[in-house]
Design a protein around this ligand. Structure first.
Ligand code: MV4
Length: 446
């Protein structure tokens, strides 16, 4: 096992990793920007190294500084958390070159899955269902229009370097094609320096359902069931749950098998997530694969009763996984609490937390780095807490979430707690009757 892990992240996920390391008897090193000197991850780690000024580019994304911090503290592994360098192939490679274990995917794996057209081709060959569309990249708008005749409008064109909706366009007919093609390529070139585009049939009103997997270096891959992440706004997830109210035993088996096939095809090592679009007929299609621990991992931890960060560290240390698949034994819901004003277009609301009361009680978990007197800096993501509940049934979990949200007091900054309270009381949400379009139609003032 590793003796010392450096955590190349901040906020709740840095704390989350430190907690598991403590339980495993592994020493921890925090890194921090000058804006985070009073952060809990700095206080709770065994050692802490300042790596630069507030801007992420000059601190949490500054690879040489992080590697230097690992070197001077003698860390034998780096945990990147999510975001920042967690899916950066160059950083994964630099860790390898410096003889420090990157607790995440290899550079080859990150590059292979980071190119979406390539990932889709790999999955198709592995027998994983994919959305009908182009074979690889489109050469021209003309080729795209010709193909759209065969598969039928509406179609989507997507940037192969994309993800999260950037460089993606929905097209309803030939007359819209050229403009969409030009603007998507310009956007992709500016965002990713790569304007390769592929095409797919548009899946109408899909659900976003993802399967957690784990694989080890001995060739075992297992699935840990699904999470439903359909409640999103502008590609930012708001609420996640496990199991999905839309997934029955048959669909779980089929999606689990497809996710295992995906993991086996690429000899996946570590914990990862295979994202699918699921249509109203319960047909599902591979969308992308994430090679990191995800924000929403706690709902899976709650329903299968396993520590996924511990699993991740053990796999990186060469310890074999059990190879069993895990089915949900409970129901869990996570609400992402952001320092944003949900009544004012989700405008960020950084500042000092004057009063804080975190909820508690049976089945209530709060993953958060905030404390009374803490000042939320304006430089980073606005998520300040994840409120996770678990109960025997979905109905009980919703009631528990409503109770926990109503106990949560944060004064000094605006938060998304009032939005979540309304969601928990929404009839469609309660019925489990929602798709990725849910938030488009949701009015917090209604
Ligand atoms: C789609 C789609 C419908 N059909 N692909 C959005 C982000 C990117 N990763 C893929 N996305 C979508 N791809 C086809 N062929 C609809 C979306 C989509 C979406 C997907 C998951 C969660 C929320 C979404 C919101 C809008 C569009």
């Amino acid at each position: 096992m590793f003796k010392k892990i450096l955590i190349a992240n901040r906020g709740e996920i840095a704390l989350r990793v430190i907690r598991t390391c403590k339980e495993m008897g592994v020493q921890t090193v925090a890194v921090y920007s000058t804006a985070d000197k009073d952060s809990l991850h700095v206080k709770f780690a065994d050692e802490a190294v300042c790596i630069g000024p507030p801007s992420s580019t000059d601190s949490y994304l500054k690879m040489p500084n992080i590697l230097a911090a690992a070197e001077i503290t003698n860390a034998d592994a780096i945990h990147p958390g999510y975001g920042f360098l967690s899916e950066n192939a160059t950083f994964s490679e630099m860790c390898r070159d410096h003889g420090v274990k990157f607790i995440g995917a290899s550079p080859e794996m990150i590059n292979g899955m980071g190119d979406k057209a390539n990932a889709k081709d790999t999955m198709k060959k592995a027998g994983v269902p994919v959305v009908p569309g182009s074979d690889g990249l489109l050469k021209s708008a003309e080729e795209g229009m010709k193909l759209s005749k065969d598969i039928g409008y509406p179609v989507m064109i997507k940037a192969t370097a994309g993800g999260g909706g950037k460089g993606m366009r929905l097209i309803w007919g030939d007359d819209e094609f050229e403009d969409a093609w030009d603007s998507a390529r310009t956007e992709a070139k500016a965002s990713f320096g790569n304007d390769g585009m592929y095409l797919e049939k548009f899946v109408e009103e899909p659900r976003h359902i993802e399967i957690q997997i784990a694989g080890d270096q001995y060739g075992k891959v297992s699935h840990l069931s699904e999470r439903d992440c359909s409640i999103q706004r502008r590609h930012q997830k708001l609420v996640e749950e496990a199991p999905s109210p839309f997934v029955d035993e048959d669909l779980r088996t089929r999606m689990g098998e497809a996710a295992i096939a995906a993991g086996m095809a690429i000899k996946y090592e570590g914990v990862g997530t295979v994202e699918f679009l699921v249509d109203k007929h319960r047909d599902f299609f591979f969308m992308e694969m994430n090679t990191r621990i995800q924000v929403e991992h706690p709902v899976t931890e709650e329903v299968i009763n396993h520590d996924l960060v511990k699993e991740q560290i053990k796999i990186a240390a060469g310890i074999p996984i059990s190879g069993k698949n895990y089915l949900p034994q409970k129901h869990s819901i996570e609400c992402r609490i952001n320092a944003e004003d949900p009544f004012n277009n989700f405008r960020p609301s950084p500042g000092r937390i004057d009063v804080l009361h975190k909820p508690g009680g049976h089945g209530v978990r709060v993953d958060s780095h905030i404390y009374a007197g803490y000042t939320i800096p304006p430089y980073y993501d606005s998520m300040i807490a994840k409120l996770i509940v678990s109960a025997q049934t979905r109905e009980e979990a919703i009631v528990k979430m409503e109770r926990a949200l109503s106990e949560f007091v944060i004064e000094g900054v605006k938060t998304t707690i009032p939005l979540h309270l309304k969601l928990m009381r929404n009839e469609k949400f309660i019925q489990g009757d929602f798709t990725t379009k849910f938030m488009d139609d949701f009015d917090i003032n209604a």
